[in-house]
Structure formats: structure tokens, C-alpha cells
Design a protein around this ligand. Structure first.
Ligand code: NAD
Length: 487
């Protein structure tokens, strides 16, 4: 990074995200020697705390969120020296004069403002930053999701922030892009000559992206109910993953080179029309059931009102370009599903002709690349292999999986929080793993078409019992095109 003093202000610094993700990530970055000595962190939030009071909370929460093995008192003491607190009100603008005194822009320093509040405050925060001389060319801002709940509201947030900050100083977080395995996908695709020739409609049969959660709405009913699976998960994380699988090779790893290619993918997504809506998309809502042996209430049982918010969505996306003509990208995410995992599943085309006799007791399985993002991170390539030995009945085959992901060293190392990579990148002004305005808007434009279809057709989400893989219609969706979900 730079050798200039950097101040990181975390607006919403007392909130859940800051305590669970941002401070632990910063602590690890500091522990691993990645934070320059001159980086300071200022929590800014509505609570009327002093520095000691804030530090006490951060300390307590840090110890509860990171594994005891990784906590070190001496490292904490060093980390704590970087931390300060300033009460602010984003609406009233109180506290910004103190912030202006605290930061070191006038010493040639840099300022990073992380917006970890509700998005409705982003515009106000920008206005106050500007009014207090904190929005110059040495300031960068980080925006947490969600950026709006549809194209129009997304534009409104982008306009409000964009009125104060140029696009190249705005960093939109999608923490899935901070995952080691997601970056490894780029290495796999573009640092090997093996895959790219097959990486198209001739070589690939289908792609599936699943983000499966076991949790329900966890006390965030009213927040979630305004959002739903399509907006909360699919519009951002899943479409970003789809972009990294589907994009053309960028000519460098520079931010705009990569983001230009992702944008082309988003703009090539074939709109799901009202006519095709029920063929290509399924919305679901969980009813009472059991997850992992524990009985749980249904979505509406947790509510005070009727609701058509979907807690599950499955769909078929098509990318209208030469590379992907006809290849289905199935996307599926939901709450209260049987297991928690996130995965990208790529099935290659089968061999054109099998030379192995029927009796060799198998169907020749086609090759698959399985990229796991959660709970563990790994990449596996499934290939056919001979069962060793002299079987009387001749040649027998089996599928074996090769672990492509990690060296032994990587496997034994602490698994990083996705935010570590991203926070470090913002401090270093590297925006490759952040989402550009036009990407968020293209993604909303496509997703809006799907939700509009649901509204126009007056569709209710289909019920599914908690602890199952969503409504039966989700199984039917892939089978309609001759595929089935990889469970
Ligand atoms: P939270 O409700 O726990 O915290 C909100 C923070 O905003 C608090 O620090 C509060 O003091 C501050 N705040 C509220 N009103 C304010 C005002 N008028 N002026 C200044 N500060 C004010 O919220 P959270 O869960 O930490 O979420 C923060 C952001 O991150 C949101 O945009 C959310 O959508 C996003 N996000 C959160 C999570 C998560 O796991 N918590 C996940 C993804 C995205």
C-alpha cells in the first residue's frame, strides 16, 4: 500500500456486521502484519460511547467471535491502540466535525469510509463528509449491500453517493468475491491451459450454483420480508459467481478489465419473460418442518402478517452469447434447506461413445468440476478411473475426485474471513474484487424482470417443508431440461 497515514472510519461501527466481521478481520490483518503502522480505525455510530466504552465492546465481541487459539492478548493490545470512537448521527450530521479533526487528510493522509449502516443513510453520510471537507480525492468509500431493492432504488443510492464521490473511489462489497476459492476459480480458469478450450457450450453440459442455508430469518423478519431470496442472495452473490464462471478472459487483472467482462455477461442474460416465468423460475416459502432433527416453525408462523416473500428461489438462466449458447445456468438458494453449503457445479459433456461393455457396471459419468465455497472451501475435479484389480468380469470403472484446490500448507492455515482480503484491497486502493455501478444496475434490471413476472402472474411462492430441498417444482425445473440438481 501507501506509506501515508490511513484512517478507516467504520460508520455503523457498533453494529452486528462490524463486530462479527469487520473488527475480527482487521484484528487478523494486524496480527498477520498486513496493516501499516499508520493505519487507524475509528468506529462511528449513534451510541453515545467514549473510546474506552467502545474498546470494551469490541474486545468482548472479538473474543466471542474468533477461535480462542487465534486470540493473543499482546496482539489485541497493539490492535486496540489503533482504535478510536466518535459518536455521530448520519441524519443530523452531528459528530462529523470531530471526525474531521481526528483524520489526517491535511497531513497528506488517506481516508477510507466504510458504510456499515442501513443503506438509507449512505447519501446523508456522503453529504456530511463533503460538508466537512472529508470527501476529497484521498477519500474512498465502501458500500455494504444491499444497494437498493430494485433498479430504481439502486440508482437512487448510486446517485446519492455518486453526487459526492467519483465511481473510482466507490467500493461496493460483495463478500463472496473475497473468498479464497472464488479467486482460485480465476486462477484455475486463466492460469491453466487445460480448462479454457472446454469452457464453452461445446464442452460444458450445465452449470449449477447453489447457496443453501439451514437458518430461517433469525429475528430479522421485517428486514427479510422486504427483500426475499431473489434480492437478498441471487441478485448479488449468485450473479457475481455466475459472472466469474461465464466471463471472457479479461486482458489483465485490473479492476476495469475484469469488471468490463462481468458486465458483458450480465448484459447477455436473457430476460425471463412473463410467458417463460413459470418454466424457468420457482419461488418457494418454507412451512413448519425439521432441520437437522430440530423442529422449526414455518415462515408465516414467525410473522404477524400474510406474506408472499420467497425464502427459496430456483431458476434457469441463459447467457445469450457465442460461448454459452444453450448451456443452462441453474441457480438455487433458500433458507431452511437440509444442509448449509455453497457450491458451483460444472458438468462437462459426456464422452461421444463408450468403448466399455455394459457389464462394467456403470454409466460413464461425465467429468465435473465442483467448487465448494462453504462450509469448507475446495475445488474437486471428478474423473473416471479403473477400479484396480483383476476382476473376472473385466474392466470396472469408478468415479474418483481429484482435489485441485489447495496445497497442504493452505489446508493447515487459518481460513481467512472473506472481509480480510477486501478490507486490505480497499486500503491498497485495489478495486478488482469490488462491484462497479453498472454491474449492480445490470443485475437489478435482469432480476426485476423475474419479480415483475411473479407479480404480473399473481404467483404465490410454493410451500416447502423446512428441511427439504424446496418445492417439488424446483426438481421439475431442471428435469424439464434433462438435468437434475447436484445434491
Ligand atoms: P445493525 O443494525 O447491527 O447496526 C447498524 C449500525 O448503524 C449501528 O452501529 C448504529 O449505531 C448505526 N446507526 C443507525 N442509525 C444511525 C444514524 N442515524 N447515524 C449513524 N449511525 C447510525 O446493522 P448491521 O447488521 O451491522 O448491518 C449494517 C449494514 O451491513 C447494512 O447495510 C446491512 O444491510 C449490511 N449487511 C449486514 C450483514 C450482517 O450479517 N449483519 C450482512 C450483509 C450486509
Amino acid at each position: 500500500g501507501t506509506n501515508r497515514p490511513s484512517d478507516l472510519i467504520i460508520f455503523g461501527g457498533t453494529g452486528d456486521l462490524a463486530m462479527r466481521m469487520l473488527f475480527p478481520s482487521l484484528y487478523f490483518l494486524d496480527s498477520d502484519g498486513h496493516l501499516a503502522d499508520d493505519v487507524r480505525i475509528i468506529g462511528a455510530a449513534r451510541s453515545d460511547l467514549d473510546r474506552d466504552g467502545f474498546l470494551e465492546t469490541v474486545h468482548e465481541r472479538l473474543k466471542s467471535h474468533i477461535a480462542a487459539d487465534y486470540y493473543d492478548e499482546a496482539l489485541w493490545q497493539r490492535f486496540a491502540k489503533r482504535i478510536d470512537y466518535c459518536p455521530v448521527d448520519a441524519v443530523e450530521g452531528t459528530g462529523f466535525d470531530s471526525l474531521a479533526k481526528a483524520v489526517r487528510l491535511d497531513e497528506g493522509g488517506e481516508l477510507v469510509c466504510y458504510f456499515s449502516t442501513a443503506p438509507r443513510f449512505y447519501g446523508d453520510i456522503c453529504t456530511h463528509l463533503k460538508a466537512h471537507g472529508l470527501a476529497g480525492k484521498n477519500t474512498r468509500v465502501v458500500l455494504e449491500k444491499p444497494i437498493g431493492h430494485d433498479l430504481l432504488s439502486c440508482r437512487a443510492v448510486n446517485d446519492a453517493v455518486g453526487a459526492v464521490f467519483a465511481e473510482d473511489r466507490i467500493y461496493r462489497i460483495d463478500h463472496y468475491l473475497g473468498k479464497e476459492t472464488v479467486q482460485n476459480l480465476l486462477a484455475l480458469r486463466f492460469a491453466n491451459s487445460l480448462f479454457e478450450p472446454l469452457w464453452n457450450a461445446n464442452g460444458i453440459e450445465q452449470v449449477q450454483i447453489t447457496i443453501s442455508e439451514t437458518v430461517g430469518v433469525e429475528g430479522r423478519w421485517s428486514y427479510y420480508n422486504d427483500s426475499g431470496a431473489l434480492r437478498d442472495m441471487l441478485q448479488n452473490h449468485m450473479l457475481q459467481l455466475l459472472c466469474l464462471v461465464a466471463m471472457e478472459p479479461p486482458n489483465t487483472l485490473d479492476a476495469d478489465a475484469v469488471r468490463d467482462e462481468k458486465l458483458k455477461v450480465l448484459r447477455s442474460l436473457r430476460p425471463i419473460t412473463k410467458q417463460e416465468n413459470t418454466l424457468k423460475s420457482v419461488a418457494g416459502q418454507y412451512t413448519a418442518g425439521a432441520v437437522g432433527g430440530t423442529a422449526v416453525p414455518g415462515y408465516l408462523d414467525e410473522a404477524q402478517e400474510e406474506s408472499r416473500t420467497e425464502t427459496f428461489v430456483a431458476l434457469r438462466a441463459d447467457i445469450d452469447n457465442w460461448r454459452w449458447r444453450g448451456v443452462p445456468f441453474y441457480l438455487r438458494t433458500g433458507k431452511r434447506l437440509p444442509y448449509r453449503y455453497s457450491e458451483i457445479f460444472i458438468q462437462f459433456k459426456g464422452v461421444p461413445h463408450s468403448i466399455f461393455p455394459e457389464e462394467s457396471n456403470l454409466t460413464l459419468d461425465s467429468n465435473k468440476l465442483v467448487i465448494r465455497l462453504q462450509p469448507e472451501e475446495n475445488i474437486k475435479l471428478c474423473v473416471m478411473n479403473k477400479v484396480p484389480g483383476l476382476g473376472r468380469d473385466g474392466m470396472k470403472l469408478q468415479e474418483v475426485s481429484l482435489d485441485l484446490s489447495m496445497t497442504k500448507e493452505a489446508r493447515t492455515r487459518r481460513r481467512r474471513i472473506a472481509y480480510e482480503r477486501l478490507l486490505l484491497d480497499v486500503l491498497n486502493a485495489n478495486s478488482t474484487l469490488f462491484v462497479r455501478r453498472d454491474e449492480t444496475e445490470a443485475a437489478w434490471a435482469w432480476v426485476d424482470g423475474i419479480s415483475k413476472g411473479w407479480r404480473d402472474l399473481d404467483l404465490k411462492p410454493k410451500p416447502y417443508s423446512a428441511g427439504t430441498w424446496g418445492p417439488a417444482a424446483s426438481v421439475a425445473l431442471t428435469e424439464r431440461y434433462g438435468h437434475s440438481w447436484h445434491d
